[in-house]
Design a protein around this ligand. Structure first.
Ligand code: PEP
Ligand code: MN
Length: 352
């Protein structure tokens, strides 16, 4: 249920509605738009006295939200949400609405030197957020699993040095507390999209969460997973389409560009595209990144390596730095079609 307030409703009226929702045993969630405030009543809807709420001062109307995901829905929040990643020693990078963001870096942090090199390359190429896995979800338990907290500390130091917020995958609830002070954005991998305890745990933090779509998840499943994070009070969810399993076996996954348009219609959350994991092969990465931006994505997350044959993880899909730089130029042009802009790194630094 959402309670739509009049455009001139005073704060006292908003507070009154919130406390009445609480009195009825539900939780109020405020969403302040350009013109009006909308209050979501989260919990058991049967407990709500709809007529009473509709009669309160400043209330324009009370509308049930039909979608199973409430806070993630456009009905709850009409305007595009803009999520800010970073702050403190690094600039804040905006993702959502007219703001497109490029997250780039290695698949996994393998040592400090390679991280430093790749980070400089992606920054030079136009990325504004640095990626790098320190806990890797690998199909085989014998494959490289990531270097853990030590690698996260290198990520933090490199991000601070270069003025780039960092986005790092968290795989387990037990990692959240140690990672929280060091990351600017938690990444939830495709395989963990329905790890509900993990979603709740990152939802309790106030760090943004990049939520990959599961390998076999519908858009509805995906938005319900976002709802887990949002329901804990964390508003910083960024969706990420990274390809799904289909019968097609000439590529690693099928990038579902349709889901970008669909998710944008159903939800106010920003959505970015991951062409690297969908393609699995560098030859296809640029086309898929451009297709995702053309479908309306708010940015990309791309894997880059200066010597992919040396990479311990996902080498075949890593772009060479010069190819990445060229791609960024093309992505800027496609973003302009949707009136979106990638921040220039200088600009980001200046607005910190
Ligand atoms: C990754 O980003 O390196 C990764 C493992 O992605 P996904 O969860 O989409 O497979
Ligand atoms: Mn990878």
């Amino acid at each position: 249920m959402i309670i739509v307030m009049n455009s001139n409703a005073p704060q006292a009226a908003i507070d009154r509605v919130s406390s009445e929702i609480e009195r009825m045993g539900l939780r109020p969630h405020l969403s302040s738009g350009k013109f009006r405030t909308v209050i979501g009543a989260m919990g058991e809807e049967g407990l709500l006295d709809q007529n009473h709420l509709a009669s309160l001062d400043g209330v324009e109307k009370v509308v049930p939200i039909m979608k199973p995901y409430k806070l993630a829905s456009r009905e709850f929040h009409e305007d595009d949400s803009v999520v800010e990643v970073g702050g403190g020693k690094v600039p804040k990078v905006k993702v959502g609405g007219p703001h497109a963001a490029c997250i780039a870096g290695p698949c996994a942090v393998e040592n400090e030197e390679m991280l430093n090199k790749i980070a400089r390359h992606v920054r030079d190429g136009g990325a504004t957020i640095l990626r790098g896995g320190v806990y890797k979800p690998r199909t085989s338990p014998y494959s490289f699993q990531g270097l853990g907290l030590q690698a996260l500390k290198w990520m933090r130091a490199t991000g601070d040095e270069l003025g780039m917020p960092i986005c790092v995958e968290v795989m387990d609830t037990r990692q959240v507390a140690d990672m929280e002070p060091l990351v600017d954005c938690f990444q939830i991998g495709a395989r963990n999209m329905q790890n509900f305890d993990l979603l709740r745990e990152v939802g309790k933090t106030r760090k943004p969460v990049l939520l990959k779509r599961g390998l076999a998840a519908t858009v509805k499943d995906w938005l319900l997973s976002a709802e887990y994070v949002l329901s804990q009070g964390n508003r910083g969810v960024i969706l990420c389409e990274r390809g799904i399993k289909t019968f097609e076996d000439s590529i690693r996954y099928s990038l579902d560009v349709t889901s970008i348009a669909v998710a944008q219609q159903l939800s106010h959350l920003p959505i970015i595209v991951d062409p690297s994991h969908a393609a699995g092969k560098r030859d296809y990465v640029a086309s898929l990144a451009l297709a995702g931006m053309a479908a309306g994505a708010n940015g990309v997350i791309v894997e880059v390596h200066y010597c992919p044959s040396e990479a311990q993880c996902d080498g075949p899909q890593a772009l060479l730095p010069e190819v990445f730089k060229e791609l960024m130029g093309q992505l800027r042009q496609v973003a302009a079609v949707h009136k979106r802009e990638f921040a220039e790194i200088g600009e980001v630094a200046a607005s910190a």
